[in-house]
Design a protein around this ligand. Structure first.
Ligand SMILES: Cc1cc2nc3c(=O)[nH]c(=O)nc-3n(C[C@H](O)[C@H](O)[C@H](O)COP(=O)(O)OP(=O)(O)OC[C@H]3O[C@@H](n4cnc5c(N)ncnc54)[C@H](O)[C@@H]3O)c2cc1C
Length: 491
């Protein structure tokens, strides 16, 4: 791929925007096509009653100087423009509340080790094993090894074993497993199916450093858009890609809902793989490809409520809270709470999130976001009130608090085109390891898949996965040079 090829990127989430900005920086002419009126996908917050409601960015890991997400933001030229504050003042990034204990997830591995020893004095050997795994993951967690193939010790059979069997081998108690499994809530796969490497990368990234955006997610989305435009890139919103044009198994461009046709020898689909395949002509791939994609299992859906709380009655908490049902984080019994300062004077917003199976909402599957039925709205209101009560259990009395808005797996399905409303794309489980191994590759020349399904979910996982797909396309040396030109050290 040589500049100035015209490149089309489908989808303006963090995956699409990462690809679009890097390619624009390299001198390509890039057009991002987004189906929604506003760009950003899951990253984008929305406003209700003067309050910002976050969707898919509550906090991120590994953003300290020299850490991977900071280096990626430096590469994209957005580091200084999207301010974050560091979590962990007072020793707490996340507070885990179980029926009979409270555990603080602190900033840094040393403090984590200390807290584990304090909470589980009988499990010194198990904790030593866990901490050794985390330290070794952090040591290898660099862009040099992930993008540029610097040799590290990565033993496939160890790294791909289910987290549950790793816990079994260490002999961890049920409660220790529950505590250690909480970060799986951000991956959407349980310990019996989560590969060890995915858990260890996720927990390690937050132990490297944890950060919360100062501004709402819409600001992040708009900053990425501004950066793209300043590099000469184009963004078309409110015009979904209906078809990817293919001739003789080579991509030609796309057709938009408006009827507009765009030509391009390279199309980067930053959407769910099942959405990408719907855009392709049936004769452009073999049935086996379609069957493989169609059979991929999704991550679970999420129900969330945004609750307005008066700031003089409920004090601001600079940490997140996870409440674990009956001491088990193991099977989705986790409720997440986070508080954001609001632009509306006198109010803060508490976002409460819980896993919610698509099946629960399937009765309304055939409704669209502007035409939901009354019983759907009533069910949503009922569920949101349950989360309001749960918030009161965690935060104490909240006079005047009320639900600003809530969203369901159907909201996800319609907002970002996520099949069955899965929050984190395709489930990167041990059982699907072969099916998901090279998901970014398509049978069509010039068509590449990026986004949260191809490598790992999360802002870091999605951006990193996107760069992994781009590296061989643009050339590892070219990408490497780009990091050096941007003044990024340690690459
Ligand atoms: C509730 C929730 C909370 C989360 N919290 C965090 C967190 O705190 N920290 C963190 O790091 N990660 C978090 N994540 C995960 C993170 O938000 C995602 O992994 C990441 O944003 C996914 O980015 P993406 O680009 O792959 O997909 P998306 O953001 O979904 O982008 C895909 C885009 O493609 C567009 N699209 C779809 N079809 C078409 C079409 N036909 N034509 C044009 N455009 C199309 C969609 O509209 C969308 O804009 C959270 C996720 C969820 C669901």
């Amino acid at each position: 791929m040589r500049p100035p090829d015209h490149i089309i990127v489908i989808g303006s989430g963090i995956g699409g925007m990462t690809a679009a900005i890097v390619l624009s920086e390299l001198g390509h002419r890039v057009t991002v096509v987004e189906k929604n009126k506003l760009p950003g996908g899951l990253m984008r917050s929305y406003a209700r009653k003067g309050m910002d409601c976050e969707v898919g960015v509550h906090y991120v890991g590994a953003m300290d100087d020299g850490q991977p997400l900071r280096q990626i933001f430096d590469l994209l030229g957005i580091s200084g423009r999207i301010p974050f504050f560091r979590l962990g003042d007072g020793g707490v990034v996340d507070r885990y509340i179980l029926p009979d204990m409270t555990f603080d997830f602190p900033p840094g591995v040393d403090l984590f080790e200390e807290n584990l020893h304090r909470a589980f004095p009988e499990e010194n050997r198990q904790i030593a094993g866990v901490i050794a795994t985390i330290r070794s993951t952090i040591q290898r967690f660099s862009l040099s090894s992930i993008l540029f193939g610097e040799k590290t010790e990565f033993n496939l059979s160890t790294e791909l074993q289910p987290l549950e069997s790793y816990f079994d081998k260490l002999g961890c108690s049920q409660k220790l497993r529950s505590i250690l499994s909480v970060p799986l809530a951000w991956i959407g796969v349980g310990p019996e199916e989560c590969p060890l490497y995915l858990w260890s990368s996720s927990i390690s990234s937050y132990l490297m450093s944890s950060w919360k955006p100062v501004h709402p997610g819409a600001h992040m989305a708009d900053t990425l858009t501004a950066r793209l435009r300043e590099l000469g890139g184009e963004l078309i919103c409110d015009d979904p890609v209906l078809k990817i044009r293919v001739r003789n198994h080579v991509v030609q461009g796309v057709v938009l809902k408006s009827g507009k046709t765009l030509d391009s020898p390279v199309v980067i689909a930053a959407v769910h793989p099942k959405i990408m395949i719907r855009m392709l002509p049936e004769d452009s791939y073999k049935p086996a490809f379609k069957n493989r994609i169609a059979s991929l299992e999704e991550t679970p859906g999420i129900f969330a409520a945004h609750i307005a709380v008066p700031d003089d009655k409920v004090s601001y908490r600079p940490y997140n809270t996870f409440v674990l049902d009956d001491a088990h984080a193991l099977h989705g019994g986790v409720t997440f709470f986070t508080m954001n300062k609001s632009a509306k004077q006198g109010w803060n917003v508490v976002s409460v999130l819980e896993e919610s199976p698509f099946e629960k909402w399937m009765g309304w599957e055939n409704t669209t976001k502007d035409h939901r039925t009354r019983d759907y709205r009533e069910t949503k209101e009922h569920e949101a009130n349950i989360l309001l009560d749960k918030a009161a259990n965690v935060l104490g009395s909240m006079p005047g608090a009320y639900v600003v808005d809530s969203f369901t797996p159907l909201s996800f399905r319609d907002w970002m085109d996520s099949p069955r409303g899965g929050a984190y794309g395709v489930c990167r489980s041990v059982s699907q390891k072969f099916k998901t191994a090279a998901l970014h590759r398509t049978p069509i020349e010039g068509l590449h898949l990026v986004g949260q399904s191809v490598f790992a979910p999360g802002i870091l996982g999605t951006a990193l996965g996107t760069l992994r797909v781009l590296a061989p396309l643009i050339g590892h040396d070219t990408l490497h040079q780009k990091f050096i030109d941007a003044g990024i050290k340690g690459i």
